[in-house]
Design a protein around this ligand. Sequence first.
Ligand SMILES: Nc1nc2c(ncn2[C@@H]2O[C@H](COP(=O)(O)OP(=O)(O)O)[C@@H](O)[C@H]2O)c(=O)[nH]1
Ligand SMILES: [Mg+2]
Length: 444
Amino acid sequence: MFESLTNKLNGVFGQLTNSGKLSEKDIDNALREVRLALLEADVDFKVAREFVKKIKERANGEKIYSSLTPGQSVIRIVRDELANILGGEVVEIKRAERPPSVIMLVGLQGAGKTTLAAKLSLHLRKKKHSVMIAACDLQRPAAIDQIKQLGKQLNLDVYSEDPSNSNPVTVAKAAYKQAANQGIHYLILDTAGRLAINDELMNELENIRNATSPVETLLVLDAMTGQDAVRSGSEFNNRIGISGMVLTKMDGDARGGAALSMRSTTGVPIKFIGVGERPDQFEVYHPDRIASRILGMGDVESLIEKAEAQFDTEETLALEQKIKKNQFDLNDMLQQFQTIKKMGSMTDILGMIPGMGALRGKFNPNDIDENQIARVEAIIHSMTMQERQDPSIIDGSRRKRIATGSGTSPAQVNQLLNQFKQMQKMMKKLAGPGGKRALMGMFK
Ligand SMILES: Nc1nc2c(ncn2[C@@H]2O[C@H](COP(=O)(O)OP(=O)(O)O)[C@@H](O)[C@H]2O)c(=O)[nH]1
Ligand SMILES: [Mg+2]
């Protein structure tokens, strides 16, 4: 996400912070480069121009030229202003007075609506809401199967009808009725897209909207389509009225500039972003955090939440019990490593750690990560159950046997055992009040 923009900005800021005192001209030059980097990342030119102008005004107003660390001050101003154009505050999903609250998903074909329906369901379910999805896409024969399958996989409640004798409005109404009868909190309408905006699509969406009065109409946009997404955003908004946007495929090689322009050009808040095909690859949109990430300053908050989301399972409860009883063993360590793997690509995780953003381009952390995890797995698998539960019995000869069995060296086995001891300590802290901080320690 935003990798090339981040790299460029880091280059500009590197020069700023290296030079100590700064003249107005230095800053002008830097800002020109910032503007070019934004344009290259597909940010709307008016937005980029306005952005640079604001920074310049603030730099003048705050008299940063005479401050001790002018470079730092400029970066701080850039960060604030970036968060501003990205949208300022986090905007939550609204609720209707009476359940179900209807969330209608609209957007072009392939934007990611159906995927989002599943992602959003999981998100709401995590917040202890009941959710139903209505399969209102009767355009493509495979659409109903797609959502039904997702539903089965994730144990989601999906309402659908036989497309040969139904229509989207009928489905939406019937689903609404059923959800209301069952007291379900949220009803997500997965509607059909088209290859391009046309009257047929808009009429269909208007009819569904009129039949169900959604509290939220979320426009799903493929971030990879850049300025096209910006244009279709305005059209959808004029015709149906949208309450929020979701940018999908932010994980891709997207120049991502669309995200930076969307908010200012449509005036509609971005509520979520999609960062992968999997149903858990989804984030609440936090403008300030995205701003930090773009600037390569890391996003510790998102990292912690991501970790918590993964640890927030029954496994964690079982683990907590074990930790309390001092029973955390190598089997658990193996499981933890696998959990970290599940958190997503190490590249993404690195990008969220302050100061690590710049490292991303320099090596491929995925390789390192996978080798390391594979080694841990091999070593632990070569141990007997007794050794896994009580590693203190592993003496020289056992160590040799384990190393041979796993194709590693006794030194590597030792390294793992030391890591285990550290992790054991960390896990103890994790269960206590300083849990979050301890968790962060695992990534250092
Ligand atoms: N990489 C990536 N792919 C996504 C994301 N969201 C959706 N997709 C993929 O985009 C394609 C179209 O998604 P779908 O939900 O069927 O789009 P719809 O036509 O709007 O319902 C599918 O292959 C999805 O797996 C995302 O956030 N990242
Ligand atoms: Mg779909």
